[in-house]
Design a protein around this ligand. Structure first.
Ligand SMILES: [Zn+2]
Length: 239
């Protein structure tokens, strides 16, 4: 293992540590979830400037630590996402996206799909004010489930394989279910089902719109899947 390594990463969380240091939770392109300490960042003349704040996408040089934490040697900004910080709705969605990554992806194995998804989401929220919708936030969460290996079965009944009349969702079964397998499920309207299928299959920029009722059901399907299979509970996506 080299003593120093370079990686691109998104700052998920930044915590004050001591007089002038910060502990960073990072999601990196090359090493998945990593932790790092940035020394002296809170002094006036810091060589890191404001580059190690949450939501920054940065190119880092890190000195390999003996324990959990690496040490930041240098940091260059790839994307600061300046506009999303000025809009409360975008900032809230972006913070929730980082929180979901923080909770769901705790492995030091790289996951390029998850990393790219997070970068796309932050970029989209930064450049497209209309993107900070509940539908878009749910589409991100659904795609993150896919990247993490927990995507629900949507093409056929998750219990028996039946391909029609899939009007309910069961997280314990692993996705949509037919009337014969609907024990422990909740009703999933046709347009909630369509939303899940289309949101999973479309780019983030083409997230379909849906009614509040449909989005509420989609939110529940995603939340119960996260709880049942990934054992995490995220805050529901507010309207
Ligand atoms: Zn079935």
């Amino acid at each position: 293992m080299p003593a120093t390594f370079r990686t691109e990463a998104v700052v998920l969380r930044s915590i004050r540590y001591g007089e002038a240091d910060r502990i960073l939770h990072l999601y990196s392109r090359e090493r998945g979830r990593i932790g790092a300490i940035a020394k002296g960042v809170r002094r006036v003349k810091t060589r890191f400037g404001g580059r190690l704040e949450p939501l920054f996408r940065v190119d880092l040089l890190l000195h390999e630590g003996r324990g959990e934490l690496h040490t930041v040697t240098s940091a260059d900004t790839v994307d600061a996402h300046p506009s999303l910080r000025e809009r409360r709705d975008a900032l809230e969605r972006a913070t929730q996206a980082c929180d979901a990554v923080l909770r769901l992806l705790d492995s030091q194995e790289p996951n390029r799909a998850a990393y790219n998804l997070l970068c796309h989401e932050l970029r989209l929220l930064d450049v497209e004010p209309a993107a900070a919708t509940r539908a878009q936030a749910l589409a991100f969460r659904l795609k993150l489930l896919l990247a993490a290996g927990f995507a629900p079965e949507l093409a056929a009944c998750a219990s028996c394989g039946e391909r029609e009349h899939l009007g309910a969702f069961s997280a314990s079964a692993g996705g949509v279910v037919c009337p014969g397998c609907e024990a422990g499920s909740f009703a999933l309207d046709r347009d909630a089902y369509s939303f899940l299928v289309m949101a999973l299959g479309s780019p983030l920029t083409e997230t379909p719109a849906a009614s509040d009722r449909a989005l509420g059901q989609a939110d529940r399907a995603i939340a119960e899947t996260l709880e049942h299979h990934a054992h995490i509970r995220l805050r529901r996506v507010a309207a």
